[in-house]
Design a binder for this molecule. Structure first.
Ligand code: ADP
Ligand code: ZN
Length: 301
């Protein structure tokens, strides 16, 4: 058990956080309470330049620990020799780059390292819409689709980490669109990510707000995905974030269709209150960086 004094010191620690996305990175300094004191955004250029900027920024800020939520796929198993490496990413400059090691060599502080979506899941379960829940799925619907999964209070890793954005979905008869996933003909990311909406309709999703058929198709695919997550992970709540989920009209559609997909087979108090079960992120877009902060805190204690 930590003494009260040590606990106090840890609560006052300065923790660095990195939300490392494929297009931009958010750097922040904050504390265990989830207060962000300072933030900075940098573009995700080549790894050497990025790490140099990151190390410079944090070096002058006197941090005690760092948390990183990294774009994937990436190795998050500390017992694996590839731990901390970015793996088979289409961003070739980053492929097999050991992000964790480069940061550890530059900053010499304890580092908590996980995927960006697991980080966001942790952010929501610590500070946001899933506070105090132990079984949570966080889904981002953005440039890609990814799911962060918390089971029994632990972020799910397994042999790698969940890649639940790539589960197969049944192509809708009325859908004339094609999958944008280079690996799969009909996966959730291929059929329902932001770029897939743009590919299907020839316009950016934000320009299609008033087109009912766009959100009808989108919600059907997302509901099919969520029903699968419910059946496999049995979460107490599902949180939906990412750029596409700014389209708030999706929520009631997704809720209704998810229940339809389940066909009345799973009956729980949580599902009976579906408006509280499938919810928007509670951290107002900060779930990724706050989750990284919590990863940093956990690396310290
Ligand atoms: P990323 O996934 O790259 O981290 P985002 O979560 O912002 O970033 O997702 C970007 C995707 O979300 C793009 O495909 C973009 O067209 C879409 N998007 C961004 N804002 C909106 C919006 N208000 N409504 C619908 N789609 C949006
Ligand atoms: Zn896919």
């Amino acid at each position: 058990m930590l003494s009260i004094y040590v606990k106090e010191v840890i609560l006052l620690s300065r923790i660095g956080a990195i939300e490392a996305g494929g297009t931009k990175m958010v750097l922040a300094v904050g504390n265990k309470r989830g207060t962000l004191e300072e933030c900075k955004e940098i573009p995700t250029l080549n790894p050497i330049a990025c790490v140099r900027t990151i190390v410079e920024w944090f070096s002058s800020r006197n941090i005690d620990a760092l948390g990183v939520g990294a774009f994937g796929p990436t190795c998050v198993n500390p017992n694996d020799p590839r731990f901390g490496r970015i793996l088979e990413t289409p961003k070739t400059a980053w492929r097999y780059f050991n992000f964790y090691e480069a940061l550890a060599d530059g900053l010499h502080v304890p580092i908590g390292y996980d995927t960006d979506v697991n980080g966001a899941c942790l952010g929501e379960s610590t500070f946001g819409a899933a506070k105090d829940l132990n079984h949570v799925v966080y889904v981002t619907v953005g440039t890609g689709i990814g799911a962060g999964v918390m089971i029994n209070g632990q972020l799910l890793h397994g042999m790698l980490h969940a890649e639940a954005g790539h589960i197969k979905v049944a192509k809708l008869q009325k859908d004339f669109g094609e999958s944008v996933c280079p690996y799969h003909k009909s996966c959730l990311e291929g059929m329902a990510s932001g770029p897939s909406i743009e590919h299907r309709w020839g316009k950016k999703p934000i320009e299609l707000t008033d087109q009912l058929e766009v959100w009808d198709i989108e919600s059907s695919y997302l509901a099919e995905g969520l029903a699968t997550y419910i059946l496999c992970y049995s979460p107490q709540r599902i949180i939906l974030g990412g750029g596409v989920m700014h389209q708030k009209q999706l929520f009631p559609l997704i809720r209704r269709k998810t229940l339809e997909e389940l066909g009345g087979y799973v009956l729980t108090p949580e599902l009976a209150d579906i408006d509280s079960y499938i919810v928007p992120a509670g951290c107002g877009g900060n779930q990724g960086i706050l989750g990284a902060l919590e990863l940093g805190y956990r690396a310290l204690v």
